[in-house]
Design a protein around this ligand. Structure first.
Ligand SMILES: NC(=O)c1ccc[n+]([C@@H]2O[C@H](COP(=O)([O-])OP(=O)(O)OC[C@H]3O[C@@H](n4cnc5c(N)ncnc54)[C@H](O)[C@@H]3O)[C@@H](O)[C@H]2O)c1
Length: 287
């Protein structure tokens, strides 16, 4: 069994920053890679403010926050990933971008036994595995948002993932990061999004058709069903661009109308109304 100490995270947006934080808090040496200095600085700010929140809520001491931050290195090139034993890709939910990242990881990560993971919400792992010369080392490790708070990780093996990779990745997520692991077959959307996305899209259709207001839809599911947040608020948290890409990927795979993104979602994405990350989505966050 591989003991993992040196890890990497590619993409330090909403999810990559959370995953890097979880790894740093677990005592690992973390190398973060982003596209450019501005995205890297934004990622560092996201990690810092999340760690600050953990200190304010008494989950971490100030010294533990500083130690965790001190374990994270930030870079714009893949060279810092050369000696990594496990890397999680968390770039935008677009197959060409992810295929590019996996071909880069294949070239840059020296250890053939290193585990190459994707945090994709929907793209079949096989499509990423075959971008490398080592598909047996590629596996899906799907964290949930926000990664430091959500316990679940979906483990997705492709038909080519080796038993050693699957076993080591599961042990890493469960024992090193303290996550609950469930297993999913390599089908678009895996377990959770295959169930969740039709529900979220139904809420958009309900709003779009004038059936109910955004507030009433969300209050209905919070106060009527005990959900921690309503579907439209959740979409704003996920990011409408990501939700749209995930829905398209599911529709592409299954061709079921329940996965087709409603026109309102597509128009909002085209208009840059992406939810919390852009300041406006189904709700306005600019005040
Ligand atoms: N948003 C969610 O709720 C959620 C939940 C679980 C999983 N995911 C998945 O996590 C992944 C990331 O989603 P997100 O919400 O963090 O997106 P995001 O847009 O917040 O972040 C993506 C980051 O990737 C960076 N990036 C893009 N191309 C890159 C490259 N070639 N090299 C390095 N960095 C690159 C971007 O600069 C950006 O900072 C997606 O696959 C998404 O489906 C998202």
């Amino acid at each position: 069994m591989m003991t993992v100490h040196r890890v990497g995270v590619v993409g330090c947006g909403l999810m990559g920053s959370g995953i890097a934080e979880v790894m740093a808090r677990a005592g690992l040496d973390v190398a973060v890679v982003e596209l450019d200095e501005a995205s890297l600085a934004a990622g560092r700010r996201r990690i810092t403010s999340s760690l600050d929140r953990a200190v304010r809520s008494g989950k971490l001491t100030a010294a533990e926050r500083d130690d965790a931050l001190g374990r994270v290195g930030f870079d714009t090139g893949f060279d810092s990933l050369a000696d990594r034993q496990l890397v999680v890709e968390a770039v935008v939910e677009a197959e060409p971008d992810k295929v590019h990242v996996f071909s880069m990881l294949d070239k840059c990560v020296h250890d053939d036994a290193a585990i190459l993971c994707s945090n994709t919400s929907s793209i079949p792992i096989m499509k990423l595995a075959v971008a490398t010369t080592r598909p047996e080392s590629v596996v899906g490790l799907h964290f949930f948002n926000p990664a430091p708070l959500m316990k679940l990780v979906e483990l997705v093996s492709s038909l080519l993932t080796s038993d050693a990779t699957r076993t080591d990745a599961e042990a890493f997520a469960r024992d090193t990061l303290g996550k609950h692991v469930i297993h999913s077959p390599d089908r678009a959307g895996f377990v959770v999004n295959a169930l969740l996305v039709p529900y979220l899209l139904s809420a958009i259709r309900m709003l779009e058709s004038g059936f109910a207001t955004a507030e009433d839809i969300d209050i209905g599911m919070v106060d009527g069903c005990g959900h921690p947040m309503g579907p439209l608020a959740l979409l704003d948290l996920i990011g409408l661009d990501t939700a749209d890409s995930v829905a398209n990927c599911l529709y592409e795979e299954f061709k079921e109308p329940t996965y087709a993104p409603p026109p309102l979602l597509s128009r909002m994405v085209e208009g840059g109304l992406l939810g919390r990350k852009s300041g406006r989505g189904f709700y306005d966050y600019r005040t």
